[in-house]
Design a protein around this ligand. Sequence first.
Ligand code: ATP
Length: 229
Amino acid sequence: MFDVKNLKVAYGQSVVIPDLSFSAAESEILGIVGRNGMGKTTLFRSLIGMIPTVDGTVTIKGKEITHKPSYKRVSEGVAFVPQGRMIFPYLSVYENLISGVKGGVSEEAVNEIYALFPVLRDMKNRKGGNLSGGQQQQLAIGRALMTNPSVLLLDEPTEGIQPSIIKDISKSLREIRDMKKLTIIVSEQVLSFVLDTCDRIAVIDKGKLIREDKRDAVDAAKIKAMLAV
Ligand SMILES: Nc1ncnc2c1ncn2[C@@H]1O[C@H](COP(=O)(O)OP(=O)(O)OP(=O)(O)O)[C@@H](O)[C@H]1O
């Protein structure tokens, strides 16, 4: 459904992702784990079109989007929740939610997000910058869902968030997947979150996927050791 083949990404002469391939199916949650600096953010930014792709292909439902600008990828069904959340601090929660929507805003869609994350309804008139880290993460996920994606990319969603909220985010992502048959691809350093959330787990090292296991077959101790090196 979402297929990445022989992807190569570089900053100038510095190749960060030499040759990376993976596929994610409809309704699948794929976790990509790796230590700091292994290329997770670079991968996600290239998938959403913020960094140009040197080589390889990215397709969604068989349609190639490799060299399309970000807004076109969004209209093809890809949504991105960036590391650090990047919500607009001076806009209200409601304004943040609708900030990526092209054309008319469906209040039904907004209400669906409020049903998923009730705290956003309670705080809809508050400035985004006044929310806690966990609430901002829910807002960033809600904002991404407002574009009605079929693939949701999340870059390190647990960063700076307290453990009880991390559990909530994991539960919400699985709920959203069940409701919308979404494909979710999430990068992480926190293995416990990935074990709770994902159906399949891949390990990224120096821009390469060096291991891939179905959740049930994961040897957590082995992956933990890989993340600790
Ligand atoms: N703008 C840039 N220009 C040049 N090199 C960069 C740039 N951004 C990142 N890099 C390099 O690319 C490599 C991968 O970084 P990236 O941020 O993708 O890793 P990451 O796995 O997301 O790490 P983190 O967990 O710290 O976000 C690192 O060696 C980093 O120094």
